[in-house]
Ligand binder design. Structure first.
Ligand code: 0O2
Length: 205
């Protein structure tokens, strides 16, 4: 049986969702340890702050229907990668890659998929490093391996993505062309800001 079958079979919906909350807690602990210990050793904290959420049941249902996924927990676990989401905001671009690397080096963290929208920004200018990982969660009577979506970004990337989300996200093709160009230009400014801050950071080290 696959990890998603193990997770989907024999768990009630509320217990299924609880498992994703535990997976987030496991990852948050890992990230907090990396943050504090790296700061202790290198006198630089590579994490500014972390946010997380379990997708609301209504949002899970809406996405399931939109994607034509059967109403079954195994299928949901298999096809929805963002039921558990963790966003890691870092001061500098180098921190983004360093924290992601340190996390992936851990034996119990398995990389499922990586999308590097920093190296390859989306057409609208969106930048972030997305990882889907699978981590074990130890329950009272079993161990389940749970997928979590991690988004790593700098403060500048987060600023841009938060405001873009408020303005346009989900408008898809309906955003007028002149807005699209202006938006892409702001994304470029944010990328330049990151590059200049990174250069200052390098010089100070
Ligand atoms: P929300 O409202 O943040 O939850 P997936 O939907 O994950 O199965 P996809 O499209 O392959 O499939 O995922 P991808 O590209 O890794 O992006 C998923 C998430 O990244 C989004 O979740 C957003 O949080 C963020 N994201 C991606 N593109 C953009 C963008 O252009 N602008 C902003 N502001 N955020 C973006 P949701 O569920 O779509 O949205």
């Amino acid at each position: 049986t696959t990890p998603d079958e193990q997770l989907g079979a024999g768990l009630s919906y509320s217990r299924f969702l609880l498992v994703y909350k535990f997976a987030i807690e496991e990852l948050m602990t890992k990230l907090r340890i990396l943050s504090e210990e790296f700061d202790f050793v290198h006198r630089h904290d590579p994490i500014e702050h972390i946010t997380s959420r379990v997708k609301r049941p209504e949002a899970i249902q809406a996405k399931r229907i939109r994607r034509g996924i059967p109403d079954d927990l195994t299928a949901i676990a298999e096809h929805l990668d963002d039921i558990a989401g963790v966003r890691v905001i870092c001061p500098f671009i180098s921190d983004v890659y360093r924290v992601a690397e340190m996390l992936l080096a851990q034996d119990d963290v398995e990389l499922v998929r990586k999308k590097d929208y920093i190296a390859n920004p989306k057409p609208n200018g969106y930048r972030s490093l997305h990882l889907i990982v699978r981590i074990p969660v130890f329950l009272s009577d079993r161990v389940v391996k749970v997928k979590v979506e991690l988004q790593f970004r700098t403060i500048a990337m987060d600023f841009w993505a938060t405001l873009e989300h408020k303005l346009f996200y989900k408008y898809d093709d309906r955003v007028p062309a002149d807005f699209t160009a202006e938006l892409a230009s702001t994304a470029m400014m944010s990328a330049q800001l990151d590059a200049r801050m990174e250069a200052l950071h390098e010089r100070l080290r």
